[in-house]
Every structure is written in C-alpha cells, then in structure tokens.
Design a protein. Structure first.
Ligand code: GLN
Length: 316
C-alpha cells in the first residue's frame, strides 16, 4: 500500500496533495532474488495498467538508475539477480512512477542541449523545445564573437538555458535570475557541477529587477500556461512540477506582460529579447509587444518542429 501520498512539491504550489486513485494503491512486490528481465517486465505491466505510455522505457531508466548502470547494460544482463536493497529501491520508485511522478524527478537528472542537469521538484524539467532559445542566443554570440555577449536568462529554474549558452559560447557572460530561492539552489548545483561559476552569475530577482548591468540578450522561458490549459495538463506535470514555473493567469501572459516594460532599461541599444511562448500564443504575444514596445524592430514568431508557436524575438 502507498501509505503516504507524495508530498514533495513546491511550497508555492496551490494544488494540495496528490490523490492516488483506489486502483493505484497497489501492493507491488518483487519476489526475492528477482532478475533484471522479470523486474523490468512486471514493472512495465504495472505502469501500462496505470496508463503510462512510456512504461517499458520508464522501467528500464529507473532500474538502470537504481543499479548505477547504463540502460544498455540491462539488455546484456537479463538474468542478473537484484540485491535486496536494489529491489527495494526499485519498487519504491516504480510505485512513485505509478502515482505519476515524472521520471526525471525520480532519477534526479535530465539531459538538455547535451548537458546533464540535476533536477528535482523545485524546478521545471527542461523541455527539448526550449533548446530553440539556446540556438538563437548562440547565433547572437557567434555574431559578436570574440566580443563578450552579456546574456540575462530570466526565470532560469534549473539553469538549463544559462548553462547551455555558457558552455557553448566561450564569449558569453551569463546572468541567471530567478524569484525562487529553491530554484536558485538547483541552478547553483548545476553551475558548480559544470565548473561554470566564472561565467554564470546567479541572482535572486523578480524578473530583471536585480540585473546589475545592461544585457545584449534577454532570454526567458517564463511561465506561460493559461489557467484553463493548466487544468488539462498531464497529471505528471500538473501534480508534480512547480505551478509557479508554469501558470501565468487567464491568458498565460501575465508574467511576459510584466517583463516587457522592464526591457528598455535592462537591454543595451540594439539588444535582443528571445521569449518562449505557448503553442497558441503567437498572435497574442506579438500584439502585446507591439502595444507595449512600439519601438521594437525585427519582431518575429518562430515555430517549433511540430509547427507550433514557440518563440517570439525582437530587437530594441
Ligand atoms: N512547456 C511547458 C509545458 O507545456 C510549459 C513551460 C512554461 O510555462 N514555461 O508544460
């Protein structure tokens, strides 16, 4: 039985605790001396029953994590018997996955732009779409090289964008800002782990308020989910990721709307803003930029690989 529903969540979350449906409160035990193959198979079945579409992959990733091996190791060691403590830990994590806790939080890492990041419930799990923002910042860095490009990553969360930029552009000096002290602790861990403390500076800041210099680029993956869409998100996201990093009012633009007027005093002349937006916010955000920053030039909407609105950029 799951006696204690997961309580690991951002303190700013407003969702209350996770309710685990009756049918999910399963007794799930592996027999003593269970081997890798059967351990993966039985967990896969349980995860499928719980409606998880990536069941087998999840089971493999979780078991590899528990054993401290690469996922490929499992395929060559199907008959390897799990030590009791490994079986115990594996069962614990599979049960949490059945309750829809994201795999990245269970294994405490996620790859972003080829970089291994530590993540936990204090930060949003970096998404592949966000790599588009990094590409655009790196283009700016290449244009101005070897001159220094000063970048502000607003709402840095795990530090994903800041780190991807700093590790791929030697001429980038990055300020990574966040309002959440919890998120900054995670970002610090990642920056130290990748030895980028000299080029990524963390700042506790409400949007750009604490930025000590003008930036050449402001890049931001701020919360942009509207309250209606939030209610329909996967339970993995809705019940576990920090809602403070996701939700931004009835249209999802409350935070971006607050950022825009701050840009002129924090960007150098000719500076660029690169903002991630929701799949259907292109027109809305473009209109907002035109209204609040009529002086903006090169206003562009970029779509992601699925053809959905994803990034708005412009110059001031
Ligand atoms: N892309 C995220 C999601 O769909 C939202 C991220 C954000 O609000 N910045 O869950």
């Amino acid at each position: 039985m799951i006696s204690n529903p997961p309580t690991h969540r951002d303190e700013s979350s407003t969702n209350g605790t996770v309710e685990i449906p009756q049918w999910q409160q399963v007794e799930w035990k592996l027999s003593a001396g269970v081997q890798v193959g059967p351990a993966v198979n039985t967990a896969t079945q349980r995860l499928e029953e719980a409606g998880i579409t990536t069941a087998r992959l999840d089971a493999q990733v979780i078991l590899a994590h528990v054993l401290g091996v690469e996922r490929s190791w499992l395929f060559a060691h199907y008959e390897h018997e799990l030590a009791p403590e490994h079986a115990e830990r594996y069962m614990e994590l599979i049960v949490r996955r059945i309750a829809r806790e994201p795999v990245a939080y269970l294994v405490r890492h996620r790859e972003f732009y080829g970089i291994d990041l530590y993540v936990d419930h204090r930060v949003l799990i970096p998404r592949p779409e966000t790599e588009m923002l990094v590409d655009q910042v790196l283009t700016e860095a290449a244009i101005c090289a070897p001159e220094t490009l000063t970048v502000a990553d607003v709402g840095t969360g795990s530090g994903a964008i800041a780190l991807a930029v700093a590790s791929n552009a030697p001429n980038a000096q990055v300020y990574a800002l966040d309002l959440s002290i919890n998120a900054l602790a995670v970002a610090r861990r990642n920056i130290e782990r990748h030895n980028l403390c000299d080029r990524v500076q963390l700042l506790h800041s409400d949007l750009l308020a604490a930025l000590p210099v003008r930036a050449d680029v402001v890049v931001a993956n701020l919360p942009y989910v509207n309250t209606t869409d939030f209610a329909t998100l996967d339970p993995d996201v809705r019940n576990f990721e920090p809602s403070s990093a996701l939700v931004a009012g009835p249209q999802g633009i409350d935070v971006i709307e607050r950022l825009l007027p701050q840009l002129p005093e924090h960007l150098n002349p000719g500076g660029v803003a690169i903002l991630e937006i929701a799949y259907d916010q292109g027109e809305l955000v473009m209109a907002l930029v035109e209204r609040l920053l009529p002086q903006a030039t090169q206003l562009e909407l970029h779509r992601d690989y699925h053809g959905r609105d994803r990034v708005v950029s412009f110059q001031l």
